[in-house]
Structure formats: C-alpha cells, structure tokens
Ligand binder design. Structure first.
Ligand code: SF4
Length: 368
C-alpha cells in the first residue's frame, strides 16, 4: 500500500525535486480544517520510492481494531491515584492535574516541534525527522544539554487534539518520521492523541527517543505502536548514576527497558532509501574520564542484545547544566578528548557492533 497523505480536493504534490528541506522549512502550516473538523492538507510533498511502497506502521491496524483506544485508556490509569507512568512512582494523582517530579500534570507540554536535521542520517533523511520535544523530565542529569526545558516547564500545554495536529503537520511538511523526544512521562497523553492522528491520516513511523528510564508497564502499552526505539544509555554503575543522574537505579532500569524495546522491534531495519523503518538504535554519549562506563555499556550491548544492534557512539559531550557551576562536578567539566573517543570506538569495533557512521566521523573531528 502506498504511503500517502490524505488530501482535500485541492491537495497537490510538490512538483520540485529540488531542495525539499527548504520547501518544508518554508511551509510550516499546511493544514486546513475541513468539514467535520477533520484536518486536510492543502499541499503534499513527494515521498521517496520506499516510502511510497512501505507497509503502514503497526499502529494503524491497532487503531482500526480499536486496540489503540483501549491502550490509551489503560495508560491513563497509570496517571493516578499514584502516578506509575515511570519508575519513580510519585505519590501524585496526575488525573487531577497534580504534577510529580517531572512537573507535568494531566496534559503534555510541548517545548517545540519541527523537522530536525541533526538526528542520525537514517532518521533525518533529506526532509528531517519530525521531532516533538516534550518539556519536563523524570531524571535530573547534571550535564543536561536541554536543562531549560527539562528542569523547567516551557512551551505549549497540548491536549490530545493539539498533539495529533502537531504529528499531522510534521507529516504534511514531509518529515520521514514522528520523533517523540523525552516521552517517558507522557506516554498516556501520547496514546490518547494517536488515534486522532491516525484518523487524520498519520502513516509515518514513530520514534520513541528516550533516556531509557521508562516503566515496563508503559512500554508494554507501546508494543506494536512504536516502530523505532532510540534509548540513550547514559551510565552503567549505580554510584555514577546517583551522582550524575540523581537516580541510583538508572542502569538497572535501563537494562530492563532496553531489553524490552529490543524484544518488541528487533535490530534496525533500513529501507532502500537508507531510512529507518523499524528497530532499535542505542545512543551512548562518551563522557570525559568515564571510559569504564562506556566499556561496560558496549560489552553489555554486544553480549546481551547482540552485535547486530545499531549504536550511535556520540562524541558531542559539552559542559552544560550544573557542571562547572561554582566548581561543581569539576571532574566532568571538560570536553572529551579525541583519544578517549578513539578508545571507545576501538572497543566498539572489536565487539563487532554496528556503528552509526556520522557519529564516528564527528568523533574524528575532535581536535585534542
Ligand atoms: S511520570 Fe512524573 S509524576 Fe509520574 S512517576 Fe514519573 S516523575 Fe513522577
């Protein structure tokens, strides 16, 4: 079945093969509201061959059998009377709009949504990954590069209709996927929005872009819904996780959740255009002076998940958040050195892991 946007009578296909990225950036609002309030598109973009011929994502069938709606209702039960959407288990009832540590109550807060060209090549393609950045977070990473939206709430409070419209807008401007960034604390809200988005014609693969500090209950409700899981496995030891993430059980939780993600979607599958269609991408940020953490993580991936797992060994650590402020966390208040990245890379290669090529190239640009 061809992957198509639903269009109104005046729907057209972009006739230019030229710079589709620019086209997407210049046309941020391509939706009309048609009869009955359903969104329709005034303009569509040209899809690649493999996108046109791809089978619809699994969530479409789940919506047709109403299973998606049942999942959303079950997910909303996790919100209260004691929230168990994530492993923190805050004693708050988010159904009554009371917020826990993540600072988000009944409705999701979206910091921004746009076609992102900084993601992995297999996600950004040539028209961008359709990122939706959720505000709030269930971790407190001291080196967070997005601390302005994760430690504080910033952005638009978005109910299900608004969230669905965001997903449809990203599809309408040609993004290759919908990429939920920091979704751990808003799984029920996303599941509430998804049937509306499917009803409006959403057919893109869904990326779940997470810290891996998820609850297995939430993940089970996403089985068959998410096409691509992208956990960022940050640290291995409880002591480092307590110091830098403020959560001693982080690694134990992350190992369990990533294993569950892998069980659901398997190894990464690319289509003929090199775009990610399904599977697991594990990110790991190499940190200064913490190569023993990197080594333990890479060895676990190879031995427990298998060398077929796609790994993005990231070199872009920078001093952010609380690091370096008033002399705090001074041991990680520097960038990583090229030799540190090379050591991590060499181990990953020895273990036979499938590495993201762009991050490897980025690592080579480190100057010291
Ligand atoms: S999702 Fe938020 S409120 Fe719920 S347990 Fe996690 S941090 Fe607490």
């Amino acid at each position: 079945m061809a992957l198509r946007l639903q269009g109104g009578d005046d729907a057209v296909t972009d006739e230019e093969d030229g710079d589709e990225r620019l086209h997407a950036m210049r046309h941020p609002a391509l939706l009309d509201v048609g009869d009955g309030g359903k969104p329709r598109y005034r303009r569509a973009v040209r899809f690649g061959t493999s996108e046109r011929t791809a089978r619809p994502p699994g969530y479409v069938a789940l919506a047709e059998t109403r299973e998606l709606g049942r999942r959303a209702r079950r997910a909303c039960e996790l919100l209260g009377p004691r929230c168990v959407v994530c492993p923190r288990g805050c004693k708050v009832d988010r159904r009554a709009d009371v917020a826990g540590l993540c600072a988000v109550g009944r409705h999701a807060v979206v910091a921004s949504y746009f076609p992102h060209f900084g993601e992995e090549d297999c996600l950004r393609g040539w028209r961008g990954s359709g990122t939706i950045f959720f505000s709030g977070c269930n971790l407190r990473c001291v080196f967070c590069q997005n601390h302005d939206i994760s430690w504080e709430l910033r952005g638009e409070r978005a109910g299900p209709e608004r969230l669905a419209t965001m997903m449809l807008e990203l599809q309408a401007i040609g993004c290759h996927n919908v990429n939920w960034v920091t979704p751990e604390h808003v799984v029920p809200q996303i599941l509430e929005a998804l049937p509306l988005a499917v009803g409006g014609g959403l057919r893109l693969p869904i990326v779940y872009n997470t810290s891996a500090y998820d609850s297995v209950d939430s993940l089970e409700l996403l089985d068959g819904v998410v096409d691509l899981y992208m956990p960022d496995l940050k640290l291995w030891t409880g002591e480092r996780a307590r110091r830098y993430l403020k959560r001693t059980d982080y690694a134990a939780v992350a190992r369990e959740t990533i294993a569950e993600m892998h069980r659901q979607v398997g190894d990464l599958v690319l289509d003929h255009d090199g775009l990610a269609r399904r599977g697991l991408i594990v990110r790991h940020l190499v940190m200064p002076g913490l190569l023993d953490e990197t080594e333990a993580i890479l060895r676990w991936i190879a031995s427990d998940l298998g060398p077929g797992v796609y790994v993005n060994l990231m070199a872009q650590y920078s001093v952010s958040g609380k690091v370096g402020r008033d002399g705090e966390y001074s041991e990680i208040a520097r960038g990583i050195r090229r030799d540190e990245y090379e050591q991590a890379l060499s181990l990953a290669r020895k273990l036979g892991l499938r590495l993201d090529p762009r991050s490897v190239a980025d690592g080579r640009t480190l100057t010291t």
